[in-house]
Design a protein around this ligand. Sequence first.
Ligand code: SAM
Length: 357
Amino acid sequence: MFPPRTRMPEGDAAIRATDNDAALARLSAVRKGYLTDPFITAFVPRAHLEPPRPPLINIGTYVRSEALDELVNGWLSLSQQEGVQCQIVSLGAGSDTRFWRIATGPARDVLARYVEIDFPEITTKKAMAIRKSKDLSSVLGAPENVSLDRKANGGTTLYAPVYNLLAADLRTPPAESLVPVLGSGPEALLAPHLPTLLIFECVLVYMTPQASEAVVQWFTDYFSNNQSIPGGRGVLGSIVYEMFALGDQFGKVMVNNLKARNITLPGAEPYPTFDSLPSRFLRHGWDVAKALTLKDIRREYIDPSELARVSHLEMLDEIEELELVLAHYAITWGIKLPPGAELKARWQNWGLKRKAV
Ligand SMILES: C[S@@+](CC[C@H](N)C(=O)[O-])C[C@H]1O[C@@H](n2cnc3c(N)ncnc32)[C@H](O)[C@@H]1O
């Protein structure tokens, strides 16, 4: 008798399942002491039964998370220095807890709006988790100011004064996916004059380059075509985290492993090398775009005392293997500044700061 074969989810279900992977990796990194996140457990059903992930995954999750936190915190603090509030839009947000971490932290008042977008199935799951957890729902504001709706696309949307959870398939043209949920004109959720940060944490890689470009271009236009609005146009920034350089031997193994789970990575095709990464933003006319691999971030952009702390958490024999994996993941960030703005000097230096001595 052969053991029964585990059926892998197919098509979009396989892509949606990656949210579970990300949440479990975060849960594991938190439990092992790499990260602090009091909110992740509420998004993982039966979290106490989940086994820890291997050290390599925990370290990767830690490096990615630290770097993203530094970029987001830098964005919040630049906005604060300008004396303005800012907006964050997380696309393919999955079970991410960032909103709750910011909203219960020292920069909570800087946040004017936090929008999360994902497939309808994922927003429905997330909305239910939020409703079930007092720790999550109490952060959204008074219950009478929070509304839960089921939209025509089948997904649950949640509107709160700052936090908004919206259902959309980012592969469909923005006019059909983003505009209906973000609204337009005076009803629009996003104010075009506020500094706005787009976060794409491991999502564009699952979409075609054409679909990703349409999303980035839509936001670029949204923050460019509003000359008449009071206060002018806002600074637009973005962070993309994902795999790249998948044409080499290691990359091919990664692609084949994911293929076995019915997942393809069409979004990695335009990025065969490290040097190709900034083109993601520069092709849309953005002013600055930079990238770093997780390997370089771990070596030089994490505080040495932090690195020493996490090195004692678990035994890791294979540094070479770790570095090979981390060299295939990158964080790319970019910024588009309003023309002629005096803000330029301050905002264009937004980015990760080297810590190694
Ligand atoms: C690997 S998970 C990452 C989740 C979260 N950003 C994080 O890093 O923890 C990828 C997420 O992107 C979402 N996603 C992928 N393709 C999408 C699409 N076309 N439209 C909306 N969401 C999408 C998935 O449903 C999933 O929640």
